[in-house]
Design a protein around this ligand. Sequence first.
Ligand code: DAH
Length: 357
Amino acid sequence: MTSSNDLSKLEADLLSEIAGAADLSAIEAVRVSALGKKGRVSELMSRLGSLPPEERKGFGQTVNTLKSKVADALDARKAVLEDAALDARLKTERADVTLPVRLGAELEGRIHPVSQVLDEVIEIFADMGFAVAEGPDIETDAMNFDKLNIPAEHPARQDHDTFYFSPKPDGTRLLLRTHTSPVQIRTMSNQKPPIRIIAPGRVYRCDSDQTHTPMFHQIEGLVIDESTHMGHLKWVLQEFCKAFFEVDEVKMRFRASHFPFTEPSMEVDVGAEAIGKPGKWLEILGCGMVHPNVLRNCGLDPEKYQGFAFGVGLDRLAMLKYGIPDLRPFFGGDLRWLRHYGFGVLDVPTLGGGISG
Ligand code: DAH
């Protein structure tokens, strides 16, 4: 049996060990030796079962009192030692508040210029009430060409240097879409006007030099309603260019052109002073009024509905706006390039904050 003398001695021993603990590891060692699973106080508790029943209650209470005294003393001593440890650290460490903020790992990552420009363009068109639509990269001949009024013998089919998959047993062939225009067809076939969408995505053509890569990005635009006309088209593109190049006025030139899916068709050049090259014109997109055949191919009555479409090269926009001379490294995965031309994760384009931050 453990006498009350033994218990008092144990208490005195433990309290003096606690008071004498000089640092945090010493105090932890005392805690383990007293209250740990095999500690001196815990051992006492395990003796409870061997006591005569009439003594158990009193003994249990005494040990519990001892236990909480020891625990309190441990906490108090630990708090003192922690304060002392902090004081010692503060004496040796210095913080120079004039140093620049050090980047965390998440801030060292870079947003690719194509992603950044895509966000910019979406922000601008969303503000004008456009929704974002998407279509698959793998398309049918019908979607990529026929329904867009580009018949099999049309030279545009050759111009596009299409990547074809092997023909299926029934003779039809899938292909990698050569432009985002098929999303026009998908949208008009699935939803009733009024339609106001942009469709960003990857497109593919067998082509490679300083300004061409086999995969690149386009954004298609489509507006269909009962009274949409070319004035709307010009206004939308003008507003887009002003917002995108972040200038009050942009000189624009609408040049007559030809696309099978629009009539009339135009290509748009911007005066390059917007990007610091006065006197030059830069082509940025193709556009036009949607051809009645295309409307008909999607089940829309061209007597009732009309509208406009446009297609912009996204990578080209990024090159123009941010002065990037060569397209190929866009897709080279070179981190040095990305660190140089990329954007911080917090540079989120907003109209309120200034599109490019
Ligand atoms: N799809 C055309 C191309 O890739 C670009 C284009 C021109 C899209 C005129 C249009 C448009 O929607 O109206 O060359």
